[in-house]
Design a protein around this ligand. Structure first.
Ligand code: SF4
Ligand code: SF4
Length: 410
């Protein structure tokens, strides 16, 4: 793509990086075919190629309007376009870098700023989030249907697991929203890893991975969370912990961003790169065959697996979770258009409720098309979003496996 950027843009670190990403685009438009918002809106500006043009115009010092901001806001950062792109355009990175600039130039109404501040103030903090949920559940019966649907039911599932010491150790991200909404997920992870001879180390002083502020353009806040986590995990990593495990693929993607987020930080750059290199989703370190020896389902219930975008297009770990589920004896149904985002996408479902609900309905129709007994996924955001309208259980795949332990005496 030909572009004329000002010296000011080219001299700034982010400007030069954005220019280099933009120049890789050859304008072929293949990416539009797999973009969920382009498929819904049929508008060039709601697809990746159009959004790339909007960002290019902004960097060429052309005016950027509130309408352009709206088209950029509608992007889920699902990265389906990256998987399709033959030129390797890093669209997700480009948008993350462009958002704060758009914010600076266009601004937002007081209400929009307040919504974003509230999300950043509440969601990354388990205590604040839990308190909000208590209040929301009290008022749920008198809320309009559209708001009732957003209030999740109280956490169920076995949240207990007593850690057993093993020579092999890995750091576990405690998480923020997940701690409040589904503590059974990390308990299931602790138990499954324990059975596989790995101790997951939990750190109550760890904080949100930073994804919430990062995707809202508050990079300074995201950096603060990143530094805090790096500090908390340093001693364990120095002592030989092999990996940083997170049971939420959205958090895994964010932790992988630490290297770029803190690249200019003289104190944390190296340590951030170390953390980013060690981040894994459970499916990347669990050997499916070994898992099948310690967990085995007695019947073969049909399960629909919803692969989060962060797993497919971010971590590029397509098929690995499904291999683990099959090794344990689950039948997996086929899911049409499985590469499309469910509409959760971090805070997207709160900021773009209409589009998020359209994508949710589309995804559930596909997931439930072969009448599975349950839906499994690998990201807390997707799980909570799907639960809003699913007519069968939705859970993390490690929770699904947990009860099917093969006993030593069998
Ligand atoms: S990240 Fe997803 S929603 Fe955004 S442009 Fe790419 S495919 Fe479309
Ligand atoms: S597929 Fe890649 S190269 Fe083609 S228009 Fe989309 S981003 Fe540009």
């Amino acid at each position: 793509m030909r572009a004329r950027f000002s010296t000011e843009v080219m001299d700034s670190r982010n400007g030069a990086e954005m220019a280099s990403i933009l120049r890789a685009c050859v304008h072929c438009g293949f990416c539009n075919a797999t973009c969920p918002t382009y498929r819904l809106k049929s508008d060039e500006l709601d697809g990746p190629r159009g959004r790339i043009y909007l960002i290019k115009s902004m960097l060429e010092d052309e005016a950027i309007s509130t309408s352009s901001q709206m088209h950029l806001d509608r992007c889920l950062i699902c990265r389906a376009c990256e998987t399709t792109c033959p030129s390797g355009v890093r669209f997700g990175r480009l948008l993350e870098l462009a958002r704060p600039l758009v914010e600076e130039r266009v601004g937002r109404s007081g209400w929009e700023r307040l919504k974003r501040w509230l999300i950043r103030y509440i969601v990354p903090h388990p205590r604040r989030f839990s308190a909000l949920m208590v209040v929301a559940r009290i008022f749920k019966p008198v809320c309009p249907a559209v708001l009732r649907e957003l209030v999740p039911t109280a956490a169920t599932g076995d949240a207990g697991h007593k850690a057993v010491s093993h020579a092999r150790k890995m750091v576990l991200l405690d998480g923020c929203v997940q701690q409040a909404l589904a503590p059974a997920i990390n308990a299931a992870a602790g138990e499954v890893f324990d059975r596989l001879g790995v101790q997951l180390l939990s750190f109550p002083r760890s904080v949100c991975c930073g994804a919430v502020p990062y995707h809202l353009g508050a990079l300074h806040e995201a950096r603060r969370y990143a530094r805090a986590n790096i500090e908390v995990w340093s001693a364990a990593l120095d002592a030989g912990a092999e990996a940083v495990v997170t049971t939420s693929t959205g958090c895994a993607m964010m932790l992988k961003e630490y290297a770029e987020l803190l690249a200019d930080d003289p104190i944390y750059a190296k340590r951030a790169a170390r953390v980013a290199n060690l981040v894994v989703d459970p499916c990347e370190v669990i050997d499916a065959e070994e898992l099948g020896r310690v967990y085995q389902a007695k019947s073969s219930p049909a399960i629909a697996f919803h692969a989060p975008c962060t797993l497919e297009h971010g971590l590029h770990a397509a098929g690995r979770t499904q291999a683990c589920l099959r090794a344990v004896g689950f039948e997996l149904t086929s899911v049409p258009d499985a590469h499309l985002c469910c509409g959760s996408a971090g805070s997207f479902s709160l900021l773009q409720p209409q589009l998020a609900t359209q994508l949710l309905d589309q995804t559930l129709t596909a997931l439930q098309s072969e009448a599975p007994t349950a839906i499994a996924s690998a990201n807390i955001g997707c799980i909570m979003h799907l639960r809003r309208r699913a007519d069968r259980p939705v859970m993390h795949w490690l929770e699904l496996i947990r009860p099917h332990r093969v006993r030593a005496d069998q």
